[in-house]
Design a protein around this ligand. Structure first.
Ligand SMILES: [Fe+2]
Ligand SMILES: [Fe+2]
Length: 265
């Protein structure tokens, strides 16, 4: 029997090999434990800490991710550009320019249920072609048929994410923030029924500095000299949120953080 409530897991920025391993190792168990209906992951740091290639995207899809969202590192690797046009379930922010490869919305269906996903980029300290809070109205028309809708707002500024949450309250199932790699403590269902969190955090090595090996990051901050950055492998965790979508379209019953260490290797 299909459960009345649809469980949606959203996984925060997957960083490097450590992050991909956490997803591979933890997702099958979480699927059983939480009764997951849909899984969405931000993959903008999946390839060596910056960007993504078709190889890492296919690895995440193979691990059980239904939709991959991206952000400011979308175009770092040239080989992903045509893939972004060809693969319907990987998204770049909808408010990028029309001249940039890829698309910003998709709908996935399973067991008679449908989830629309929209990816947006913030405008403060980020390069995006149009204002997120304007583009979102067009993007929602593209997923008009979906029973539930999740929006990944990839942004530096907390103000833009909070504003989007209020703007969409009662119109979508969930608004989740990504990009800072640090989870915030404000997960809640807004009065209109939209689940909201300012930042989901990062799925990767907690022993680094937002994913980078900490000695390299500290050295750059202490010397102001350029240095190579590598992804940390130390102490990998998953940072995610579980949204329980209600039987009523585009409303959430709850949102809770899923913050767990990867099993020892
Ligand atoms: Fe980012
Ligand atoms: Fe990121």
């Amino acid at each position: 029997m299909v459960p009345a409530v649809t469980a949606i897991l959203f996984i925060g920025d997957v960083v490097g090999r450590a992050g991909r391993r956490v997803v591979r190792d933890l997702l099958p168990g979480l699927r059983d434990e939480l009764g997951l209906g849909f899984v969405v992951a931000n993959g903008e740091n999946a390839a060596g800490g910056i960007g993504i290639t078709p190889k890492e995207a296919d690895e995440l899809f193979g691990a059980g991710v239904d939709v991959i969202t991206l952000g400011n590192h979308t175009y770092r690797h040239r080989e992903v550009w045509p893939y972004l046009d060809e693969q319907p379930h990987i998204l770049r922010p909808a408010n990028f320019l029309p001249t940039q490869p890829g698309h910003g919305t998709t709908v996935v269906e399973r067991d008679g249920r449908s989830l629309g996903v929209v990816n947006l980029s913030g405008n403060l300290y980020m390069q995006a072609g149009s204002p997120a809070l304007v583009t979102i109205d067009d993007a929602l028309r593209e997923v008009a048929d979906a029973g539930h809708v999740l929006v990944d707002m990839h942004a530096e500024a907390t103000s833009e994410k909070v504003a989007l949450g209020w703007y969409l309250d009662g119109r979508v199932t969930a608004v989740v923030g990504t990009h800072t790699h640090v989870p915030t403590a404000d997960a809640r269902v807004l009065p209109g029924g939209t689940a909201y969190i300012t930042d989901v955090g990062m799925t990767g090595a907690r022993g680094g500095v937002i994913g980078v090996r900490r000695e390299q990051s500290i050295a750059v901050m202490r010397t102001h000299m350029p240095m190579r950055y590598d992804s940390s492998d130390e102490d990998p965790w998953i940072n995610a949120v579980l949204v329980r979508a209600s039987p009523q379209p585009r409303r959430a019953e709850s949102i809770e953080q899923i913050l767990r260490a990867a099993p020892p290797t």
